[in-house]
Design a protein around this ligand. Structure first.
Ligand SMILES: NC(=O)c1ccc[n+]([C@@H]2O[C@H](COP(=O)([O-])OP(=O)(O)OC[C@H]3O[C@@H](n4cnc5c(N)ncnc54)[C@H](OP(=O)(O)O)[C@@H]3O)[C@@H](O)[C@H]2O)c1
Length: 265
């Protein structure tokens, strides 16, 4: 059977769309959805989101009737999640045939210290709240707000990492968060066979998070491997990695709940 060339008439919610990989996902989605679709872009940086909204509205996609809404919110706060659902519901129309949630927003956490320094429970809770709890609670809220029904499919994407599978010294918060988040979506895939759930690992990306990784990592060998990847031109552009994600979504052949790495596509 030939693969689809578009993702349908979608409601697509993307967290962390102000920069980096999330921004690239928003631009790629806009090209692959049908007129009448709604993109809901979420982050804390309102100016960056509005600039992207304007760019998309002036693009061919915008002219073809794709709507873009901006939610300036901290996804680590309950009122942020409420705003996302409110805006998505206001823009939702009966013609939407595909709900897509991209759980992309994340933080690296403090990588300048080793595990034995994390004695402060409030600090760890705050990290896990943003990087684990918020994506579980947002996903649950989206699934409740837009119940599945015949004629409308639903895809939930978790932007994962090699760190969900492999430990890196001085990256205890990030590795723990990514591992927990990935398991959460694997459980969801088991529970909801009609959902499509994807854990996508985008590879080493040339973003602000990488700058933080190679400048702040405490462990010398981990730090060196990030600096070497940068120096040797091994970082991927967000656009290149995003194109692989879109290929996986259009082909729609993955096992729900699977971990798909950019280098496997
Ligand atoms: N970069 C890599 O090499 C790499 C590798 C593997 C996986 N990943 C994963 O890929 C995803 C994107 O990473 P990236 O490199 O593009 O990161 P990035 O450049 O740091 O961008 C992170 C995005 O998340 C948003 N964000 C952070 N905290 C937020 C909050 N509390 N509320 C709402 N939005 C928030 C940021 O927007 P605001 O600051 O405007 O809120 C920004 O749009 C992440 O899940 C990351 O773990 C990255």
């Amino acid at each position: 059977m030939p693969f689809a060339t578009d993702l349908g008439r979608v409601l697509c919610i993307i967290t962390g769309a102000s920069k980096g990989f999330g921004r690239a996902v928003a631009k790629a989605m806009a090209r692959l959805v049908k007129p009448g679709s709604l993109l809901v872009l979420v982050a804390r940086s309102g100016d960056d989101l509005r600039a992207l909204q304007a760019e998309l509205s002036e693009s061919d996609a915008g002219k073809a009737g794709i709507k873009v809404e901006v939610v300036v919110a901290d996804v680590g706060q309950t009122d942020g999640l409420e705003s996302i659902i409110r805006t998505s519901k206001e823009g939702f129309s009966e013609n939407i045939d595909h709900v897509i949630l991209v759980n992309n927003a994340a933080s690296l956490g403090d990588v300048s210290r080793y595990t034995k320094s994390f004695t402060d429970m409030a600090e760890v809770d705050s990290y896990l709240s943003l990087n684990v709890s918020s994506s579980l609670c947002l996903t649950a809220r989206v699934l409740q707000a837009f119940p599945q029904h015949p004629g409308c499919r639903c895809t939930v994407i978790n932007i994962s990492s090699l760190c969900a599978l492999q430990p890196f010294r001085s990256w205890v918060l990030y590795c723990t968060g990514k591992a927990a988040r990935e398991m959460m979506f694997r459980v969801l895939a088991e529970e909801e066979p009609n959902l499509r759930v994807l854990n996508y690992s985008p590879g080493p990306l040339d973003t602000a998070m990488q700058v933080e990784a190679r400048s702040k990592t405490a462990d010398p060998s981990t730090k060196r491997s990030f600096s070497d990847m940068f120096a040797q031109g091994q970082l991927l552009t967000c656009e290149a990695s995003c194109a692989k994600l879109m290929k996986v979504l259009l082909e729609d052949r993955y096992t729900s709940g699977a971990h798909i790495d950019v280098y496997d596509v």
